[in-house]
Design a protein around this ligand. Structure first.
Ligand code: HAM
Length: 493
């Protein structure tokens, strides 16, 4: 019965497999089909009578596979992040993909798009109200308090990376499942840390070969000055309430600051003439911001002050910033953003702990790298191929493979193939320098045939001398390559 069902499913899936990208995801309803009763054999008719939902050969909308062909870009990003963590002293922390929904809501804030519109929240079978993390800071702040990290020497620098989830309208560079690299620093409020965090962000993007980067910075003051500013904003927009979109009319009551980053054209127009936060900043934040600029100047990081920048998450105080890249047509893409959140830990029940952090959108970094055709790392390729012929040789070659591996020699093989000819074809395609051949005779004699694929010479060595013999050939080839390079260089002069 299972087999029949499986066949029927495959039959339909073959017809209807949608392309991975570009095509719109069909809804579950659309792909519910009836199995063709006439062509189905008797037994299958029973199954066919029931309407079967075809397995959708694609992930949910806004989510995607990152295929091996793209992994070198991701690998380069991961390596740049690992270097940055080492250089700036960040330790990695991994938190769950799922958190209690009220932690996320309390951290990010009611009235933000991330909480009100984009949260993947659900009730578990046990009745817990949980959410897929839409960013890292909520979980990290929770972990910081839960594990008593406040007793550790400050500042505490934590790095996280992984997938995050926002139910947004998908488009190029905007996904429902995407990846972030997140850096957070706890325990110091000196603006030198803000400058250092921005420097780190710059270091990572420039290491990835991304040019035309713009930093936008602003200060949104302390929680108190923010409350005062919100009152001023409400007074300003009350007059023009009718011109705002429905969301912003609600924001006017629930979270007026969010009007400043509304994406609706009509609201953006009204925002231009709105009072600026900078003009209502408390003196302490003003000084903090001034010192940040001095540090950035010292680091020769260019930036623009954007008084409209408030960020879409509620926990920020004082410094906020975003990183944009610009393409040749002037189109700007947000690669990352962050800021200070000096009150968050306390508001979640922890000790008073100033903090600053930011996240880079890894998917966007990769898109930009592709757009700019940046060079990728060449993965080390195996220089040795191990071929075998016959059952005994196949068995013995497993041990040889492991022996070479243990000695740091990368080996390719094609154990699944029987014929020597087809295995040597693979060896040629891979461009290896040495082919090792183990037949029935060699397996019994405990020897191996070594073929130098560059000179074409061949020798037989005992298996206990194999590693030495392989190294000798590889070293000899290195000398030949180096000599050739020397000749080319001298003929250039
Ligand atoms: P965010 O600005 O919401 O900040 O996200 C950071 C970056 O994630 C964005 O600049 C963008 O590159 C990427 N991103 C955001 N949404 C999407 C999406 N739908 N698809 C693809 N990429 C996206 C935060 O998340 C803060 N938690 C950063 C932070 C850490 N602040 C303090 N510490």
């Amino acid at each position: 019965m299972f087999l029949h069902y499986y066949n029927a499913t495959v039959m339909i899936s073959k017809k209807k497999v949608p392309a991975q990208t570009k095509t719109k995801a069909p809804s579950a309803k659309k792909v519910t089909q009836k199995i063709d009763k006439k062509s189905a054999p008797k037994e299958e008719k029973k199954v066919a009578a029931v309407e079967k939902e075809v397995l959708l050969m694609q992930p949910p909308r806004g989510m995607r596979d990152i295929l091996p062909v793209d992994q070198p870009y991701w690998e380069r990003v991961r390596k740049a992040l690992a270097v940055a963590c080492q250089e700036y002293g960040f330790s990695r922390i991994d938190t769950p993909v799922v958190e209690y929904a009220n932690l996320v809501t309390k951290t990010i804030g009611e009235g933000t798009d991330v909480v009100d519109k984009e949260l993947y929240s659900f009730v578990t079978k046990g009745g817990d109200n949980v959410a897929l993390r839409p960013e890292f800071t909520a979980g990290i702040a929770r972990a910081y308090i839960q594990h008593g990290m406040s007793v550790l020497p400050k500042p505490i620098r934590l790095f996280s990376t992984g997938s995050v989830y926002r139910y947004d309208r998908p488009q190029e560079g905007r996904y429902r499942e995407f990846w972030q690299a997140n850096f957070d620093v706890f325990g110091e409020d000196d603006p030198i840390l803000d400058a250092q965090i921005i420097h780190l962000a710059q270091r990572v993007v420039s290491q990835l070969g991304l040019k035309h980067i713009e930093f936008r910075i602003n200060s949104i003051g302390t929680a108190e000055s923010r409350r005062d500013y919100e009152k001023i904003l409400v007074r300003h927009f009350e007059f023009q309430k009718q011109k705002l979109c429905q969301d912003c009319r609600n924001r006017l009551v629930a979270n007026p600051l969010r009007i400043l980053d509304c994406k609706e054209d009509k609201c953006a127009q009204l925002v231009i003439s709105a009072p600026k936060f900078m003009d209502h900043l408390d003196q302490e934040s003003r000084d903090h911001f001034k010192r940040l600029q001095e540090y950035l100047n010292e680091l020769e990081i260019s930036y623009v002050i954007n008084p409209q920048l408030v960020r879409g998450l509620d926990y920020y105080t004082r410094t906020v910033f975003e990183i944009y890249s610009t393409d040749s047509e002037g189109k700007k893409t947000a690669l990352g953003g962050g800021g200070r959140y000096d009150r968050l830990i306390q508001s979640l029940g922890g000790e008073e702990t100033p903090a600053i952090g930011f996240a880079l959108g890894m998917d966007r970094l990769v898109l930009e790298m592709k757009r700019l055709n940046v060079k990728l790392y060449q993965e080390s390729k195996p220089k040795v191929f191990l071929a075998q012929l016959g059952e005994l040789a196949k068995k013995k070659s497993l041990r040889l493979f492991s022996e070479l591996q243990k000695n740091g020699i990368l080996v390719a093989e094609s154990f699944g193939r029987g014929s020597l000819k087809s295995q040597m074809r693979v060896a040629n395609r891979l461009g290896v320098e040495v082919a090792l051949i183990l037949g029935q005779k060699e397996a019994l004699d405990e020897t191996v045939i070594l073929k130098d694929m560059i000179s074409g010479t061949q020798e037989t060595v005992t298996q206990d001398k194999l590693v030495i013999a392989v190294r000798k050939i590889l070293k000899g080839n290195q000398v030949v390559v180096a000599k050739r390079a020397e000749v080319i260089e001298s003929s250039d002069i």
